[in-house]
Write a protein that binds this ligand. Structure first.
Ligand SMILES: [Zn+2]
Length: 400
């Protein structure tokens, strides 16, 4: 594969207008276009392609692994609405490019090498991040997932066959290459980073319930306005998460009835909180909740808080990461964002990640970018890691 021209062609898929970024929701025609492209690439290389009942796919070079022997590299094609072209797709396309290098070099491989695609990693359609890999590892059961619905009310069961996945049978270890979602590598002058862990992450639903009333006839001291404690909670979250190892974001809010001349009756807002460590995360969330509760009490507003999800820290395989330190311009970093590789690691599959420098630091945005030399350095690092893993009979990894 000539990576540069292939990438130039693929990076416009799902772009409606220049400057818009790409929109490749799971099951949409741009995402299917990329999946079909991948299927064709697997076929033209004679790879043995396995698809599971959710649409996750792996093309195996050297035949399907029979025992636990396969070396997998995988990422995703779906994007957030108006996202960047690199997030996800870079990992899959680099996987095929790395496989070509190994094949072209005629390197002897003892283990099958698989290049894979997980569906609905962003959760932009059905609301659950890493949905495909969670289903493939049984971290999420089909019975729990089948009734998930998209914004149009379409159930997952209507677009995916569902059932049991045998996709990851035979996978000995996995590597995901991804564009960096931050600026750590740029600051360190490194083209490629190796990820040692993914921060723990929680999502919380805050419902502030006040009293709807007239915006003109109700003096401010007689109001039970839920926007006020919500606003104080946002400010508290910002203040409490000011240290570099903490993140807190209220990124989604619904105001009812959302009318200019009405005092709102309720505000529902979602907090996304992350930290470098579970204890730090628990403390951060407890402090934000305390501040929100205090503000609600002061404003005579009721507050209900629900945990919507809590993901523990994902630890990547230390020895696998050590094997990755082959590129002279690579460093070890941690990831603040979740990935399919983290789901695999949580399921007991030794995994690691390679990040490609993104000097913009932007992610889930049209301007996300990695330079061509950095993309090629990523492919170099991935090819050398996969080749090393596939040519040894004893992987000697940390994860049992
Ligand atoms: Zn991604």
């Amino acid at each position: 594969m000539e990576f540069e021209s292939t990438w130039a062609e693929l990076s416009t898929v799902g772009k409606v207008r220049a400057g818009d970024g790409v929109t490749r929701l799971f099951g949409s025609s741009p995402e299917r276009e990329l999946v079909n492209w991948f299927r064709g690439e697997c076929a033209s290389r004679g790879l043995d392609t396995v698809t599971d009942p959710f649409g996750n796919m792996i093309g195996w070079f050297g035949g399907r692994p029979r025992g636990r022997e396969g070396v997998l590299t995988a990422s995703h094609f779906d994007s957030v609405p108006q996202g960047g072209a690199f997030d996800g797709a870079l990992g899959v396309v680099s996987g095929l490019a790395a496989l070509d290098r190994i094949r072209d070099a005629g390197a002897a491989v003892e283990r099958p090498i698989g290049v894979g695609v997980f569906v609905e990693e962003e959760g932009s359609r059905f609301g659950q991040a890493c949905l495909g890999s969670r289903l493939a590892t049984s971290a999420l059961s089909w019975s729990a997932a089948r009734e998930l619905r998209d914004a149009e009310g379409v159930a997952l069961a209507e677009v995916a066959e569902g059932g049991e996945s045998a996709l990851l049978e035979g996978v000995a270890c996995a590597v995901e290459l991804h564009i960096e979602q931050g600026r750590q590598l740029d600051a360190l002058g490194a083209q490629v980073g190796i990820v040692d862990r993914i921060w723990p992450h929680g999502r919380f639903r805050f419902e502030f319930l006040g009293e709807g009333n007239h915006a003109g006839s109700t003096p401010v001291d007689q109001r039970r306005d839920p926007v006020l404690p919500y606003a104080k909670a946002v400010l508290a979250a910002r203040e409490l998460a000011s240290a570099p190892n903490l993140r807190a974001t209220f990124g989604r809010v619904l105001v009812h009835p959302n009318s200019t001349n009405s005092i709102p009756r309720s505000v529902v807002a979602w907090l996304d909180a992350r930290a470098d460590g579970q204890a730090e995360l628990d403390l951060l969330v407890a402090d934000i909740i305390r501040a929100a509760e205090l503000a609600a009490t002061e404003g005579s507003v009721d507050l209900t808080i629900a945990v919507e999800s809590m993901s523990a820290e994902s630890r990547f395989d230390r020895r696998l990461a050590e094997r990755s330190v082959t590129h002279r311009r690579s460093v070890t970093v941690s990831s603040c964002a979740g990935h399919d590789a983290g789901v695999l690691a949580d399921a007991g599959i030794p995994a690691t990640m390679l990040l490609v420098r993104n000097p913009t630091g932007l992610s889930h945005a049209p301007s996300e970018h990695a330079s061509m030399p950095d993309c090629l350095a990523g492919i170099d690092a991935l090819a050398s890691l996969l080749r090393g893993l596939a040519s040894t009979s004893d992987l000697a990894l940390d994860t049992p």
